[in-house]
Design a protein around this ligand. Structure first.
Ligand code: ADP
Length: 546
């Protein structure tokens, strides 16, 4: 081997904010604060304050590799922590506040967090946690002195005071790019949450994929609304990709209801927005009930939807009412999260709107850096014909190889592939489509029925607000689909009408055996349908004729 003669520069997260502050010093970060008002700052400000934070962390004795936790919504202070903590070589542990308190307690102790930075609104949670998480030596409220809440917590620190006491001179240390940078736990719908430990190298490489035109095309041309929370897989890497590209970032804080999101889209002239289907559902319902005309009022060009399948009806409404193109994407905490993106190819230019919507139902093609394959139960690779459905396995430099503190076990096979737990097809062009999570697939007489496909077909009915499909016990077929519906307010819809609607849209043997109507469906901490809880709820349910 002959070594190349290029510079060996470690890929470090601090280099992203340095780049942004040099090349896009006026690039704006707009935040809706927990206190209410809109706050504006620039990449230059984020760098300055991240450096002050780095000095503060050093003064508090936080060493390289130590975990610093956050309980915070999307906002500029959280962004400063992304850079200030990781930049010093410490590890940022973003906690999902929607987890059960026992799960939060578990992960704080499992991660051995030393410091906890939190939004004032989380004080009651933090006060309860404090006694059960003795490893946390200091608690810092993300606010100024005027908004410091009264609390019995000993030695509570005020973030703005902490920063004000420090100089903005700080030379980011240079270290191995494989060092850990941040930590995120999966929601653990079954069993305890598992820690995914990202590295500086994986985070920087992932940002390039997010910025690539055939990735999410994040660039300085865009104003990006991060509806996806910064405690959910690093907001899909957007705080890093934003700095890499100089994109203008808009952070919604805790207000994720339809009206607040709509106002931000309109007032901040957002061009690209990212989030899970649940929030887009709230937005679309608000627009419908308020009789708004988003296509005329907004500049929204693209909406990235991931985390759960983007139903066709949702993409259609974004196209027709908002004039926005839905970019369907797939990934997971274990993948940083970006795995595939549904962008069109040149030969799709002539597709009819119907054909394009059908293509957009797929989760898209693997981005460079992610290898995908589908295998059967015996591990034999299946063809990429768009029909064969199998376990989806992935490999790449921003995909986990072991969970935190379970390193010995590893979580990849002999060839380095990670089993995503999803079941998917891949077509001849490489477009992947998730048919189900392996544990949610409905096994009817040895055949598999896709719960996602049925849900998407049901949600297209104008009276349906939300739909879930689970397998219910059946003597003859083992399992048959049960459709559970939340009706839109003020709409009528009966079982037979729903089934008639589906009859033209799905294979006859996929037709649910029954339909039930409920007021609401349970969701997980990351906004997905909580299928496990639904299955428990309907455990004793008898299908007609079962
Ligand atoms: P959690 O902690 O809830 O598991 P993740 O975001 O890591 O959160 O969940 C990843 C899973 O979400 C994937 O394995 C897949 O099942 C599902 N998922 C993500 N994106 C999509 C999508 N576009 N379509 C269907 N399912 C998706």
């Amino acid at each position: 081997m002959l070594n190349g003669l290029m510079q060996e520069q470690p890929l470090l997260i601090s280099s992203l904010i340095e780049h942004a502050a040099r090349l896009h010093p006026q690039g704006e970060i707009v935040s809706r604060t927990s206190e209410g008002p809109i706050h504006r700052c620039t990449y230059a400000d984020v760098r300055r304050r991240a450096r002050q934070l780095a000095n503060a962390l050093t003064a508090l004795g936080v060493g390289a590799g130590e975990r610093v936790a956050t309980l915070a919504w999307n906002g500029y202070r959280h962004m400063e922590l992304y850079y200030g903590v990781s930049g010093t070589g410490a590890v940022l542990h973003t906690i999902n506040p929607r987890l059960f308190p026992e799960q939060i307690e578990y992960i704080v102790n499992h991660a051995e967090d030393r410091l906890l930075f939190f939004d004032p609104g989380f004080l009651p949670l933090v006060e309860k946690l404090a006694a059960r998480a003795p490893g946390i030596s200091r608690h810092v409220v993300l606010t100024d002195r005027a908004h410091m809440p009264a609390s019995s917590l000993p030695g509570l620190l005020c973030y703005e005071e902490l920063l004000a006491a420090q100089s903005a001179d700080f030379a980011w240390p240079q270290f191995d790019e494989n060092s850990a940078s941040s930590l995120c736990y999966t929601s653990g719908t079954t069993g305890n949450p598992k820690g995914v430990l990202y590295s500086h190298r994986s985070s920087v490489l992932h940002s390039w994929a997010a910025c690539a035109v055939d990735g999410l095309a994040v660039s300085a041309q865009e104003t990006v609304l991060l509806v996806v929370p910064m405690f959910h897989v690093n907001a899909w890497g957007m705080p890093y990709a934003g700095a890499m590209s100089g994109a203008r970032l808009v952070m919604p804080g805790p207000a994720l209801d339809g009206r607040s999101v709509y106002e931000l889209l309109r007032d901040e002239r957002v061009t690209l927005a990212l989030g899970v289907p649940t929030v887009w559902l709230m937005l679309q319902q608000y627009v419908e009930s308020a009789g708004l005309r988003p296509a005329e009022e907004l500049c929204l060009r693209r909406v990235v939807i991931g985390g759960s399948a983007a139903p066709r009806a949702m993409s259609e409404r974004f196209a027709n009412d908002f004039g926005a193109f839905v970019v369907h994407a797939w990934g997971m905490t274990e993948m940083s999260p970006l795995g595939s993106v549904c962008n069109l190819l040149p030969r799709h230019a002539g597709l009819s709107p119907e054909q394009r919507l059908a293509l957009q139902e797929k989760q898209g093609r693997a981005v460079y850096g992610v290898e995908m394959k589908i295998v059967d139960d015996d591990g034999v690779e299946l063809p990429h014909d768009g029909l064969a459905a199998g376990h989806l396995l992935v490999r790449g430099p921003w995909i986990t190889r072991a969970y935190y503190r379970e390193e010995g076990a590893g979580n990849v096979d002999g060839d380095g592939f990670f089993d995503t737990g999803d079941v998917a097809t891949i077509d001849a062009d490489g477009y992947m489509q998730i048919t189900d999570r392996a544990k949610d697939v409905i096994k009817s007489g040895g055949e598999w029925i896709s719960s996602i496909a049925l849900e998407n077909a049901a949600i297209a009915h104008p009276a349906v607000a939300e739909a879930a499909v689970i397998g219910a016990a059946h003597d003859k077929w083992q399992e048959r689909p049960l459709l559970i519906i939340v009706r839109k307010a003020g709409h009528e819809l009966g079982r037979d009408e729903m089934l008639d609607f589906l009859r033209d849209r799905v294979a006859t043997w996929w037709l649910p055996d029954d339909v039930v109507f409920v007021d609401e469906l349970p969701h997980t901490a990351t906004g997905k349908l909580h299928k496990l809880r639904l299955r428990e709820q309907f455990r004793d349910y008898r299908l007609p004729g079962a």
